[in-house]
Structure formats: C-alpha cells, structure tokens
Design a protein around this ligand. Sequence first.
Ligand SMILES: NC(=O)C1=CN([C@@H]2O[C@H](COP(=O)(O)OP(=O)(O)OC[C@H]3O[C@@H](n4cnc5c(N)ncnc54)[C@H](OP(=O)(O)O)[C@@H]3O)[C@@H](O)[C@H]2O)C=CC1
Ligand SMILES: Nc1nc(=O)c2c([nH]1)NC[C@@H]1CN(c3ccc(C(=O)N[C@@H](CCC(=O)O)C(=O)O)cc3)C=[N+]21
Ligand SMILES: [Mg+2]
Length: 290
Amino acid sequence: MSALLLDGKALAARIQAELTHEVRSLQERFPRPPGLAVLWVGDNPASAAYVGNKNRSGAGVGIDISKGQHLPATLSEAELLAIVDELNADASVDGILVQLPLPEQIDSNRILDRIDPDKDVDGLHPTNLGRLVRGEPGLRSCTPAGVMRLLAEAGIDLAGKTAVVLGRSILVGKPVALMLLEKNATVIMAHSRTRDLAALTRSADVVVAAVGKPGLVDGAMIKPGAVVIDVGINRITDAAGKSRLVGDVDFASVREVASAITPVPGGVGPMTVTMLLANTVQSYRRRVGS
Ligand SMILES: NC(=O)C1=CN([C@@H]2O[C@H](COP(=O)(O)OP(=O)(O)OC[C@H]3O[C@@H](n4cnc5c(N)ncnc54)[C@H](OP(=O)(O)O)[C@@H]3O)[C@@H](O)[C@H]2O)C=CC1
Ligand SMILES: Nc1nc(=O)c2c([nH]1)NC[C@@H]1CN(c3ccc(C(=O)N[C@@H](CCC(=O)O)C(=O)O)cc3)C=[N+]21
Ligand SMILES: [Mg+2]
C-alpha cells in the first residue's frame, strides 16, 4: 500500500486563485490593496523558506508586501517594538507577522503582545489565542489552520479519532491540538519529555509532527492506515551533498504504512502561506468595512 498524497501545493494554488478574485473585486470598491508586513530578524533557514514563498504568492494575489523588512540579528528589542508601533499606526497595513524564533536578546512575548490584535494575522496575540481557546471566531494561527483545511478538503473526519501532536509550541503544537479537539478528536500532546513516543504514535489515527527533527517519525511508529501530517521544515545536506528541505517524517517508510501523508516540500508549507494571505484579506475587509 502507498499512502494518498495530501497535495498542499495544489490546494494552496486553488485557494490563492479564489483570493486573487476576491481582492480584485474588493479593489473595485476600495482603492488601496490589502497590506501585509512580515518582519524577519536574523537568518533562520525555515523563515527564509517562508519569506520566499510568501513574497511569490502574496504579490500574485494582489497583496502589497512592500512594508516587510529583513532586519539584522543584532536588532534590539526596543528597535523591534518601535517598528511594530509604526506598523500598528500605518493605515495601509492590515497584517503584521513577526517571524519566530527571534534572536535571544529579544523577548518574543513582549513583541507579540505589542501587535494590534486586529492586525495579528499570525494569531499569536493573547487576545486571538484566547478566542481560539474559547472556540470563538478570530484570526487563527496560519499553520494549524492550514493543517485543518488540508484534512477537511481530503474528507478526513476527526470525530472520535485519536490524534497525537508532536511538539507543543505556541506557533504550531498547542493551537493545532486545540483545533483538532474542536473537531472532536481525542488529542494527545507529545513533547521532548514524553516517554515511549512510539507507543503513543502507534495508537494514533492522526499524527501531526511539528518538532524540527528530520526523520523523527518512521514507518515503524505508525499504525497502518493512519493519517500523517508533516509540519517540520528542516534544511539538510543530503548524501549527494545537495541542500534540500525535509520534514520531521521519514517519507519513504511512512508512506508504505499510512493511508494519507503530506510531502515536504509541497504539503503544509504552502498552506501556511495561503492562510496568511487569507487572514490578511479577512483583516483588510474588517478594516475597510466590507
Ligand atoms: N510548515 C510550516 O508551515 C511550518 C513549519 N514549521 C516547522 O515546524 C517545526 C516545529 O516548529 P516550532 O513548533 O516553531 O518549533 P519549536 O522548536 O518551538 O518546538 C519544537 C517542539 O518539539 C518538541 N520536541 C523536541 N524534541 C522532541 C522529540 N524527540 N519528540 C517529541 N517532541 C519533541 C519540543 O518539546 P519541548 O517543548 O519539551 O521543548 C517542542 O515543543 C520546525 O521544523 C519549523 O521550522 C514551523 C512553522 C510553520
Ligand atoms: N511567526 C511565525 N509564523 C510562522 O508561520 C513561521 C515562523 N514564524 N517562522 C518560520 C516558520 C516556518 N514557516 C514556513 C512556512 C511556509 C514554508 C513553505 O512555504 N515551504 C514550502 C517550500 C518553500 C521552498 O522550497 O523554499 C513547502 O514546504 O513546500 C516554509 C516555512 C513558517 N513559520
Ligand atoms: Mg510542507
């Protein structure tokens, strides 16, 4: 058996085509385009992949991405707070995203707290995280939202299923666990202190890996027929000396056991970018009053 490929790239292209139409028709009534500012501090390689894809896709959809900045790793917290303040006050900016992780001299919570919750297209401000915990509508984290959309489009019903989430970050693990719970899955959250990870994953109908360790999940850890979502983005040098992106899942062994699997690249990553653009358009609509 070979698993069904959950093609995030194709789904992302479809949703982006819809967003392109939506933005174009909104522009008949409102002169300015939606604006998105992504702040990238330092040189984290996963952030590099994100920025590259976001720039290609954002411009394609008709979103103005010109207020984004790539800032030096030596930037101070006060300098970053000042940039966030400026973007909060800038009426042409509908969405602000600060790439994580930030360099160690900057307290990421202090930065996230400063973002206007109505421009928080990454859904990481306490107000938006609170709405998620309550099950209320609001701006929701892009990667978890993208994972849920991929599952929904594939017709995967989560009610009563056992889902194991690997990783408990505020960016991916925690919000995706809450969203799976909202769809009535029974959710187990695993992390670096978890004992016997393989026993847990082997009990799972759905495995979501968001750790940042290439090859962490292999076929022997997966129950036959399970659905495997690979969030990991790791840049490695392969046996032939070529640099490439891989996830946390050993694709070759897992695809022989799972019923469905996301590839890296071409899985969750493009969905993250697409949910970011969708959140920016949602924020724009609210701000122009549509
Ligand atoms: N595809 C996409 O769109 C996106 C991809 N990513 C990628 O996803 C990965 C995770 O990102 P992020 O959540 O920000 O990472 P973090 O580094 O913030 O969190 C990693 C988590 O993995 C846990 N962990 C570490 N080792 C193990 C282990 N052996 N078994 C189980 N859990 C373990 C950690 O546990 P503990 O809490 O105990 O330390 C932690 O909770 C990265 O590769 C990142 O680049 C991130 C965002 C979007
Ligand atoms: N506040 C914050 N929010 C994030 O969502 C966030 C972040 N910080 N920091 C970095 C990680 C990483 N991340 C990626 C998203 C998409 C791709 C992506 O589009 N990847 C393509 C490949 C792109 C290429 O080939 O270069 C794919 O997987 O197919 C990659 C990485 C978001 N992150
Ligand atoms: Mg991917």
